[in-house]
Design a protein around this ligand. Structure first.
Ligand code: SAH
Length: 394
């Protein structure tokens, strides 16, 4: 097995079981290690530390999967880890009333580079590292065996694949091709989604618990749902008794699906769907003096790498400031950030800055995070990315 030796002083995170080794921590690793091959990681003094898979092209050169010398990356290990991930989901009460959830959340489930989402009878997989790519067939076989789905669909089109030097890959890996439109059940609502066309793997599963938390503020309210996508937050708001909803998204397809989703659930409240740029529309609403009881901001990831953090910060500040200016006194602002590089602390500071500029008193009523099917492993805090604040704006 190839050996990767760390520079002196770089072993601490490995000892603390952080699963990533960056290229800058490596003293020597043979230039010829095969993509995705298993490597043993040694200290500068030659002591064995951990075992991982090699990514030749990524700044994250090794993803560790075990700190036990006896454990090897074979089919049995993959099976044990997938079974454990599945058991964790089944044990959780939140999965009892939904048939769509994240089954495997990569590093957090001891399977760096592997995402598996369950949507009813179908599974969607993403192989995001060379290590997982090399084991894709075995993983598909294990998933088919344990979960007996109708089909397993690959959506390895995420940005991270580029960093790994991997081409995007999409299509049926096992069983049937999923129907063009799939219906899933999430709590008391049904949603259409398209596995090949939808964003992420099709749906924003990470918001599942938050849907109900946000809905609790929408009874009798005039709601503005910004970045609505297919209505993940619009529908719960409608069901909770909103009197009017304005849903805004840049994707017309998403908004068409949102309307279809309302119909699917026989929700007939008055709704405006507006295809456009939230940044511009919020300004327009402010100029027009439009006011809302509840404003929801659930933007896409603004910061994909460290160099984008400053710009992302300005973006978050901008929309939060505008949103505060159009919330009625005593109304509600629900604001999210799914950029992992923006910490919960920094996010709160941004919202604070916006409140000063808006000259409004803003109280945090609730703090939200990603759903429990996206668990955060204590040794891998980077797994936490979604944060939200429900605020009252005076
Ligand atoms: N709230 C949704 C998820 C939102 S994802 C849910 O719970 O399902 C972010 C959405 O923002 C995407 O649908 C994307 O199309 C949209 N988007 C991205 N940039 C935008 C912009 N500048 N203006 C409006 N919508 C935008």
């Amino acid at each position: 097995m190839a050996i990767v030796t760390l520079l002196a002083g770089k072993e601490r995170p490995v000892i603390q079981r952080h699963p990533w080794i960056f290229s800058g921590a490596i003293k020597k690793g043979a230039a010829s290690i095969e993509h995705g091959a298993v490597v043993d990681v040694h200290t500068n003094d030659g002591a064995w530390l951990a075992r991982g898979t090699w990514s030749s092209d990524s700044q994250i050169r090794v993803r560790l999967f075990t700190w036990d010398t006896d454990e090897v990356l074979d089919e049995a290990l993959l099976r044990r880890r997938i079974e454990r991930a599945y058991e964790g989901r089944r044990l959780h009460p939140a999965t009892s009333d939904t048939n769509a959830y994240r089954l495997v959340y990569a590093e957090s489930d001891g399977l760096p580079g592997l995402i598996v989402d369950q949507y009813g009878d179908y599974l969607v997989v993403q192989f995001l590292t060379q290590g997982m790519e090399a084991r894709a067939e075995t993983i598909v076989k294990i998933l088919a065996d344990i979960l007996q789905p109708r089909g397993i669909y690959e959506r390895s089109d995420a940005d991270i694949r580029n960093k790994e030097g991997l081409q995007p890959n999409e299509g049926v890996r096992w069983g049937d091709l999923p129907p063009e439109l799939l219906t899933i059940q999430d709590h008391m609502l049904s949603f259409y989604l398209s596995l090949p066309e939808g964003q992420k793997t099709g749906f924003y599963l990470d918001q599942s618990i938050n849907r109900r938390r946000v809905a609790a503020y929408c009874d009798g309210a005039d709601v503005l749902d910004c970045f609505s996508y297919t209505g993940g937050l619009t529908l719960p708001a409608a069901q909770a008794g909103a009197t009017h909803i304005t849903a805004v998204d840049s994707s017309q397809t998403a908004l068409e699906m949102l309307r279809a989703n309302l119909e699917l659930n026989q929700l007939t409240i008055p709704i405006d769907t507006t295809t456009g740029d939230v940044f511009k529309l919020l300004r327009q609403y402010r100029e027009e003096g439009r006011q809302f009881d509840v404003v929801i901001l659930d933007p896409p990831k603004f910061a994909h790498n460290q160099s984008q953090v400053e710009r992302a910060t300005r973006g978050y500040k901008d929309i939060n400031l505008l949103a505060m200016q159009i919330v009625r006194r005593g109304g509600i602002l629900v604001t999210f950030s799914c950029s992992g590089l923006i910490s919960a602390d920094l996010f709160q500071k941004i919202v604070f800055g916006a409140s000063l500029d808006a000259q409004r008193d803003v109280q945090i009523l609730e703090r939200l995070t990603q759903a429990p099917d996206h668990p955060i492993l204590l040794t891998f805090p980077e797994g936490a990315y979604l944060k939200g604040l429900i605020c009252r704006v005076w």
